[in-house]
Design a protein. Sequence first.
Length: 131
Amino acid sequence: MKKRVFAWLTLALALVMAVGSVTFLGACVHEDGSFGTCHWASRALLGIGILLAAQSGIALATGHAGAYLCMAFTAALGLLLPGTLIRLCGMATMHCRAVMQPAMTLLNAGILILALAGFLLETRRAKRGTP
Protein backbone atom coordinates (compact mmCIF):
# COMPACT_ATOMS: atom_id res chain seq x y z
CA MET A 1 0.00 0.00 0.00
CA LYS A 2 2.93 2.32 0.60
CA LYS A 3 3.73 2.12 -3.10
CA ARG A 4 0.34 3.60 -3.97
CA VAL A 5 0.72 6.96 -2.26
CA PHE A 6 -0.54 8.80 -5.35
CA ALA A 7 -3.79 6.84 -5.26
CA TRP A 8 -4.30 7.69 -1.58
CA LEU A 9 -3.66 11.39 -2.25
CA THR A 10 -6.03 11.49 -5.22
CA LEU A 11 -8.65 9.71 -3.14
CA ALA A 12 -8.35 12.36 -0.43
CA LEU A 13 -8.61 15.24 -2.91
CA ALA A 14 -11.53 13.58 -4.71
CA LEU A 15 -13.43 13.21 -1.44
CA VAL A 16 -12.79 16.87 -0.60
CA MET A 17 -14.12 17.76 -4.07
CA ALA A 18 -17.23 15.61 -3.73
CA VAL A 19 -18.13 16.72 -0.22
CA GLY A 20 -17.08 20.31 -0.81
CA SER A 21 -19.16 20.67 -3.97
CA VAL A 22 -22.35 20.25 -1.94
CA THR A 23 -21.19 22.06 1.21
CA PHE A 24 -18.58 24.78 1.70
CA LEU A 25 -17.21 24.81 -1.88
CA GLY A 26 -20.60 24.64 -3.57
CA ALA A 27 -22.65 26.93 -5.72
CA CYS A 28 -24.34 30.21 -4.84
CA VAL A 29 -27.41 30.37 -2.67
CA HIS A 30 -29.79 32.81 -4.33
CA GLU A 31 -32.00 35.00 -2.16
CA ASP A 32 -35.22 33.81 -3.78
CA GLY A 33 -34.27 30.13 -3.45
CA SER A 34 -33.87 29.59 -7.20
CA PHE A 35 -31.05 27.64 -8.79
CA GLY A 36 -28.65 29.32 -11.16
CA THR A 37 -26.51 27.56 -13.72
CA CYS A 38 -23.75 27.40 -11.12
CA HIS A 39 -25.90 24.89 -9.20
CA TRP A 40 -25.58 22.45 -12.08
CA ALA A 41 -21.84 23.02 -12.29
CA SER A 42 -21.67 22.12 -8.60
CA ARG A 43 -23.70 18.95 -9.19
CA ALA A 44 -21.50 17.97 -12.11
CA LEU A 45 -18.43 18.46 -9.91
CA LEU A 46 -20.04 16.20 -7.32
CA GLY A 47 -20.26 13.50 -9.98
CA ILE A 48 -16.67 14.11 -11.08
CA GLY A 49 -15.53 13.87 -7.45
CA ILE A 50 -17.36 10.59 -6.91
CA LEU A 51 -15.97 9.18 -10.17
CA LEU A 52 -12.45 10.22 -9.20
CA ALA A 53 -12.86 8.59 -5.79
CA ALA A 54 -13.97 5.36 -7.47
CA GLN A 55 -11.05 5.50 -9.89
CA SER A 56 -8.69 6.09 -6.96
CA GLY A 57 -10.12 3.00 -5.29
CA ILE A 58 -9.43 1.00 -8.43
CA ALA A 59 -5.88 2.34 -8.52
CA LEU A 60 -5.45 1.36 -4.87
CA ALA A 61 -6.77 -2.13 -5.48
CA THR A 62 -4.95 -2.88 -8.72
CA GLY A 63 -2.09 -0.41 -9.06
CA HIS A 64 -2.73 -0.43 -12.79
CA ALA A 65 -1.37 2.52 -14.80
CA GLY A 66 -4.62 2.71 -16.75
CA ALA A 67 -6.53 3.74 -13.62
CA TYR A 68 -4.21 6.69 -13.19
CA LEU A 69 -4.62 7.65 -16.82
CA CYS A 70 -8.41 7.57 -16.42
CA MET A 71 -8.09 9.83 -13.38
CA ALA A 72 -6.00 12.29 -15.39
CA PHE A 73 -8.66 12.53 -18.12
CA THR A 74 -11.45 12.88 -15.56
CA ALA A 75 -9.57 15.63 -13.72
CA ALA A 76 -9.01 17.44 -17.03
CA LEU A 77 -12.78 17.36 -17.56
CA GLY A 78 -13.23 18.67 -14.02
CA LEU A 79 -10.94 21.58 -14.86
CA LEU A 80 -13.17 22.56 -17.77
CA LEU A 81 -16.53 22.20 -16.03
CA PRO A 82 -17.01 25.33 -13.91
CA GLY A 83 -17.04 28.41 -16.07
CA THR A 84 -16.11 26.81 -19.39
CA LEU A 85 -18.54 23.97 -20.07
CA ILE A 86 -21.16 25.14 -17.57
CA ARG A 87 -21.65 28.88 -17.08
CA LEU A 88 -21.35 30.44 -13.67
CA CYS A 89 -22.93 33.59 -12.27
CA GLY A 90 -22.00 36.87 -13.93
CA MET A 91 -20.64 38.76 -10.93
CA ALA A 92 -17.10 38.03 -9.77
CA THR A 93 -18.16 38.43 -6.13
CA MET A 94 -20.65 35.56 -6.25
CA HIS A 95 -19.71 32.44 -4.26
CA CYS A 96 -19.43 30.27 -7.36
CA ARG A 97 -16.84 32.55 -8.97
CA ALA A 98 -15.02 33.63 -5.81
CA VAL A 99 -14.82 30.25 -4.02
CA MET A 100 -16.09 27.28 -6.02
CA GLN A 101 -14.29 27.86 -9.32
CA PRO A 102 -10.80 28.53 -7.88
CA ALA A 103 -11.07 25.73 -5.32
CA MET A 104 -12.26 23.17 -7.86
CA THR A 105 -9.58 24.29 -10.30
CA LEU A 106 -6.89 23.73 -7.68
CA LEU A 107 -8.33 20.36 -6.62
CA ASN A 108 -8.62 19.10 -10.20
CA ALA A 109 -5.16 20.40 -11.10
CA GLY A 110 -3.70 18.63 -8.07
CA ILE A 111 -5.45 15.40 -8.96
CA LEU A 112 -4.28 15.72 -12.58
CA ILE A 113 -0.66 16.15 -11.49
CA LEU A 114 -0.84 13.29 -8.98
CA ALA A 115 -2.54 11.00 -11.51
CA LEU A 116 0.12 11.69 -14.13
CA ALA A 117 2.85 11.06 -11.55
CA GLY A 118 1.15 7.80 -10.57
CA PHE A 119 0.83 6.82 -14.22
CA LEU A 120 4.54 7.41 -14.83
CA LEU A 121 5.52 5.53 -11.67
CA GLU A 122 3.33 2.53 -12.51
CA THR A 123 4.50 2.33 -16.13
CA ARG A 124 8.13 2.38 -14.96
CA ARG A 125 7.34 -0.26 -12.36
CA ALA A 126 5.65 -2.42 -15.02
CA LYS A 127 8.63 -2.12 -17.36
CA ARG A 128 10.98 -3.26 -14.59
CA GLY A 129 8.64 -6.10 -13.72
CA THR A 130 8.31 -5.20 -10.04
CA PRO A 131 4.86 -5.58 -8.39
